[in-house]
Design a protein around this ligand. Structure first.
Ligand SMILES: Nc1ccn([C@@H]2O[C@H](COP(=O)(O)O)[C@@H](O)[C@H]2O)c(=O)n1
Length: 701
């Protein structure tokens, strides 16, 4: 695509004199100003402390905001305005505020992914935000050129503010250098609080060959970390960890906190987490807390801290104001819906005051970049919405049912010898994590494809695998961790088992990020899980009561209670959105909503073609069995019958997982060498082909 490639020549975009300005205020994104169904009367205010934080994470390129969802319709320019106002408020109050981002800036939006290389425009737009502490995510490391871009553009721009202790990059000349600084010690502007900050990435293993990820366990034993903690060289009022690590269920954060606690028994630790795309807040001890602030720029996390004591050596601190003094340590958190109404409410600004020129300029750049990339080009119209976790799979509203039934069958290899096999029996396996977002009824533009599945993944295949073997693959990839929860009365007893399971097998890294919380049956998931098909927006649940129940009732029983309670409760008048229950309770969301439904998804789904139902049903029996039963019960074919074979096609991304599955089946040696390149369009291309073939309309209703 020439336009896409041309972007290399013309960026940085030059913004002309601001158009449509009213007193220097520019509204370039008309949808950003829409506040349908939004009402500030439902917004809960933020509580300020001595030290306050704004947190974004897993933005995945959504800098233009959500053009079809008013609740999340602000854009990165608005965030820049918001930051400015919140810094000013902090100054007025004589307290401090730090702006944090914890990574994953690629893969999820045309703005970041429609350029060559991906991120070519979006990284320059991202870095216009005045961020105090940031780290990278796994999506900055999947591809070598993106890792290099992250190092060249983001790490260099933010310099000492860009922290990551456990990732190195191998430069073109072969030198190995850290991706960012390992730590930052500094004092805050107003209260001169001493901050010690570290950046960490979870134990990620699918990184590009020009990068090295060291496990968290090993990193905290390294001399620099141990010496720094042991030496007590720095005054430290609070540790601030900026991490791309989930705040629940993953073991890494506990490892870091435990190591710090060996030397600093009760110095506050505030952690910013990431990766699983949820709103969550967890308690490690009475002075160590962690927040995760959702995904896709739907959420800005807020944390405030009171009761910080200056370290003894420092005498420069001014006496704290009335609201700031608190002998006991106190932390609050909020999840802000990313729309202008919420941002104006919290920054105490009117629509005339909110947009500052620097914010307007960034909104304009986003708008121009979208135009340049033709992201609004219409390919067709979607007649109904199809959902990822909001609909049960399989069902008529599930995007995965659409993919399995209609999209994957379009896959063709561009290689002649392989495309000749098109009518042979074939099975196409795709990981559900490769689908990032819901497909909403309405226009399908060039951008939509990137929102749904941004990855340019290749396809691989194993030709002619015996069907009885091929049908065992998906059940293994989908090993159901929830069966582990059934093993004991309370899940916590199985937590270690669950972590061991994840860490050794890792299949869960194939599924949608939110399902990584299977280890704890994440509250929101069972709260919103319905037994019927489709969406059920019942509201009116007494969240406080459920929170109390959760302390005494095993979660599997709680699930039944919640389902029953939901059925009995009244319809709510609130708009649908996030309803979060975290370790602090039920008041975290700044805007009260009726909860969205949530359904667990398998790690992977498969589409089978050119194979008769009768023939396959005999061999598919094993699919319904859980992992434990696979080994013993799959031998269904008669001894003397010639076994049918099938081509097994899969996203190359899942190759390591497929190899593990083959290993579990004790046939890895036999089949690893048979894996071949298949080629063909990735999901984004197939989806576009389908839309243009079946849903090509010149206008949308
Ligand atoms: N080329 C790729 C890269 C990633 N995925 C999927 O994304 C998941 C990771 O995304 P997070 O936002 O959770 O970091 C990964 O587990 C895969 O499911 C992919 O399909 N192709």
């Amino acid at each position: 695509n020439a336009i896409v490639e041309d972007t290399q020549l013309i960026f940085p975009l030059q913004v002309g004199p601001l158009a449509n300005t009213q007193d220097g205020i520019l509204d370039v994104n008309p949808l950003a100003a829409i506040s349908k169904n939004l009402s500030s009367s439902n917004i809960r205010p933020l509580e300020w402390g001595q030290l306050n934080f704004l947190h974004t994470t897993d933005t995945h390129g959504w800098l233009p905001g959500h053009l079809m969802e008013p609740s999340y319709s602000a854009d990165w320019g608005d965030y820049i305005s918001f930051i400015r106002h919140m810094r000013q408020r902090a100054d007025e109050k004589g307290v401090d505020i730090l702006i944090i981002d914890t990574g994953d800036k690629h893969d999820g939006n045309g703005l970041s992914d429609a350029t060559l290389p991906p991120g070519y425009l979006s990284q320059d737009i991202f870095k216009m935000a005045d961020i105090d502490l940031l780290t990278l995510g796994n999506h900055e490391l999947y591809r070598a050129e993106i890792a290099k871009q992250e190092f060249d553009v983001i790490a260099q721009h933010y310099a000492e503010k860009y922290l990551v202790a456990n990732v190195d990059i191998i430069l073109d000349n072969g030198t190995i250098v850290p991706m960012g600084r390992k730590y930052r010690h500094f004092q805050t502007k107003n209260l001169q609080l001493n901050i010690m900050s570290f950046g960490f990435l979870y134990d990620f293993f699918q990184n590009a060959p020009n990068t090295i990820v060291t496990s968290v366990v090993d990193t905290v034993q390294q001399d620099w970390f141990q010496d720094l903690l042991r030496s007590r060289e720095f005054d430290i009022d609070i540790f601030v960890l900026v991490t791309h690590i989930p705040v629940r269920d993953f073991p890494e954060l506990e490892v870091i906190v435990n190591e710090i606690r060996k030397y600093y028994l009760d110095t506050p630790i505030q952690i910013f987490g990431a990766h699983t795309h949820v709103r969550d807040f967890t308690i490690f001890d009475d002075k160590a807390y962690a927040i995760e602030s959702g995904r896709f720029l739907e959420t800005v996390g807020w944390v405030s801290v009171k009761g910080l004591n200056k370290t003894e050596k420092d005498t420069s601190i001014e006496p704290l104001g009335e609201n700031q003094v608190n002998s006991t340590y106190n932390v609050t958190r909020k999840y802000i819906d990313f729309n202008r109404d919420s941002l104006m409410f919290h920054s105490n600004t009117t629509s005339d005051q909110f947009v500052i020129p620097a914010g307007a300029k960034v909104s304009e750049l986003i708008h121009e970049a979208r135009e340049l990339l033709n992201l609004t080009e219409l390919y067709g119209c979607i007649p109904d919405s199809y959902y990822t976790t909001r609909a049960k799979y399989p069902s008529s509203q599930s995007i995965f049912t659409l993919i399995v039934d209609k999209i994957l069958p379009l896959l063709k290899s561009p290689i002649e010898a392989i495309s000749a096999r098109f009518d042979n029996p074939r099975m196409i396996i795709v990981n559900t994590g490769s689908v990032r977002f819901d497909l909403f009824k309405g226009p399908f533009t060039k951008d939509t494809g990137f929102l749904i599945s941004p990855f340019k993944n290749d396809w691989s295949f194993i030709p002619d695998m015996p069907v009885s073997l091929a049908v065992k693959l998906l059940p293994i990839l989908n090993q159901d961790t929830r069966t582990l929860a059934e093993l004991g009365l309370h899940f916590d007893q199985n937590k270690q088992k669950c972590h061991d399971y994840y860490n050794t097998i890792g299949y869960s890294h194939l599924g949608v990020p939110t399902d990584l919380h299977d280890c704890e049956l994440y509250y929101n998931q069972f709260m919103h899980h319905d037994n019927d098909e489709g969406n059920d927006n019942d509201g009116g649940i007494d969240l406080e009561m459920i929170f109390e129940w959760s302390k005494i009732i095993p979660r599997k029983f709680l699930y039944t209670l919640v389902s029953t309670y939901r059925m009995l409760s009244k319809k709510s008048q609130l708009s649908v959105g996030y309803v979060t229950i975290d370790d602090f309770g039920t008041e975290g969301d700044d805007t009260m909503h009726t909860p969205l439904p949530y359904y667990h998804l398998p790690n992977a789904v498969q589409s089978i073609q050119n194979f008769s139902f009768e023939e396959i049903s005999r061999f598919l029996e094993g699919q319904k069995l859980n992992y434990k039963k696979v080994e013993s019960e799959i031998e269904t074919k008669a001894e003397d019958e010639e076994e049918p074979t099938i081509d097994v096609i899969f996203y190359s991304f899942i190759t390591p997982f497929l190899l593990s599955a083959l290993e579990e089946l004790e046939v890895r040696e036999q089949y690893a060498d048979k894996i071949q390149f298949y080629g063909g369009k990735s999901l984004i291309g197939l989806l576009q082909e389908f839309v243009e073939g079946g849903w090509k309309f010149d206008y949308c209703e």
